[in-house]
Design a protein around this ligand. Structure first.
Ligand code: ADP
Ligand code: MG
Length: 337
């Protein structure tokens, strides 16, 4: 019984490989981009692949390969229920609404006229987002009806790029000033004015839909709660100075003792989603009710690897170091042995 692991030195892959080696779980490295992938998988019962939202090769094919393999009986991580909505806030809207999960009120339109008449009758501010994106890059506050109308016209006109060179430069400069990035970051940001990153080219233009949410004010942080199987851990991500957006700020806090209710909601939501691995973002509304912002099977490990412990489903706290990528391997291994 062998687990195939995509041969990569980035993301979860090295952790999976190290865990299998340490626990003597049989594994084989495969190249998921190779034309003979199906031959490479011979003798394997599972495939683990940490595909990303900014890798043009992954964007081109990762989900389809994994779904095709799962369709034909292989165990995969992430599986369909875990990842079909990865980096797709539009798809998630319908999923959360249908499951009745506490979700930030969200509006999506596929017809210009319907969007315009909504914009003329709703209240402001609202939050405008593209369906994909990370680190708050495609998330903007819309203060007025006039701005919303401009956005709608663009969404149904020339469309939006997945990469905004100006916003990205501002973000890189902010990170540099905060000591979270070297001077190379803003320099790279300047060069990006002349050439968009490959992932943005792979994604093409965001066109013929528009996505808004109610703006939930006064959140000084969001809560990122990661549920893997029957275990959960999490952290606070503080918003940037003078901004409402936490994702990508790089500033973390770890005391979640006052947020047990959110851990419980995350466990319930992950069961409802039938997900093996789900990182939820939460914010609080004015009545202090936690609301889901989005979900993602993949998550950054810079902040989350420093979490001081985890909860089980009975909300017992387990203090000390733990290995979330090892839990992922165990989930897959339990299915094939
Ligand atoms: N509707 C909202 N109201 C208030 N703050 C929000 C809202 N949606 C997102 N945010 C803030 O913006 C950040 C980025 O939004 P998110 O949708 O998670 O985008 P990303 O995919 O870039 O992480 C969140 O971490 C949260 O702090
Ligand atoms: Mg987010």
């Amino acid at each position: 019984m062998k687990i195939a692991i995509h041969n990569s030195k980035t993301g979860f892959h090295p952790h999976w490989i190290a865990y299998c080696a340490e626990k003597q779980i049989p594994f084989k490295l495969v190249d998921c981009y190779a034309d003979d992938l199906i031959d490479q998988l011979r003798g394997c019962q599972a495939l683990m692949w940490h595909h990303g939202q900014q890798n043009p090769k992954d964007l081109a094919i990762a989900k389809q390969i994994l779904f095709a393999l799962e369709h034909t009986g292989l165990q995969v991580f992430p599986n369909f229920n875990t990842a079909w909505h990865f980096d797709d806030k539009l798809g998630q809207k319908y999923l959360f609404e249908r499951l009745g999960l506490p979700f930030v009120p969200t509006y999506a339109f596929y017809e210009k006229e319907t969007a315009l008449s909504w914009a003329k009758s709703t209240t402001y501010p609202k939050v405008f987002k593209l369906r994909g994106g990370a680190g708050s890059s495609n998330v903007k506050l819309v203060y007025t009806q006039k701005q919303a109308i401009q956005i709608i016209k663009k969404a149904f006109g020339s469309g939006f790029s997945n990469y905004n060179a100006w916003d990205s430069l501002k973000e890189r400069w902010y990170k540099f000033r905060k000591g979270k990035a070297s001077i190379h970051e803003p320099i790279k940001g300047l060069l990006r004015f002349f050439q968009a990153p490959p992932f943005a080219k792979a994604l093409g233009k965001e066109y013929h839909y528009v996505y808004f949410q109610d703006f939930i004010p006064k959140n000084e942080f969001d809560l990122r709660i990661i549920v893997i199987g029957n275990k959960a851990f999490g952290l606070k991500r503080l918003v940037r100075d003078g901004d409402f957006r936490a994702s990508g700020s790089g500033v973390f806090e770890y005391d979640l003792s006052k947020h047990q209710d959110v851990i419980q909601i995350a466990f319930t939501a992950s069961s409802n989603l039938n997900a093996n691995c789900a990182a939820f973002d939460f914010i609080y509304d004015s009545k202090l009710k936690p609301l889901i912002v989005e979900v993602s099977y993949g998550f950054g490990t810079k902040g989350s690897s420093k979490c001081p412990g985890y909860w089980d489903r009975e909300l017992n706290w387990h203090e000390g170091k733990f290995n979330p990528q090892g839990w992922m391997v165990e989930i897959v291994n339990n299915k094939i042995t």
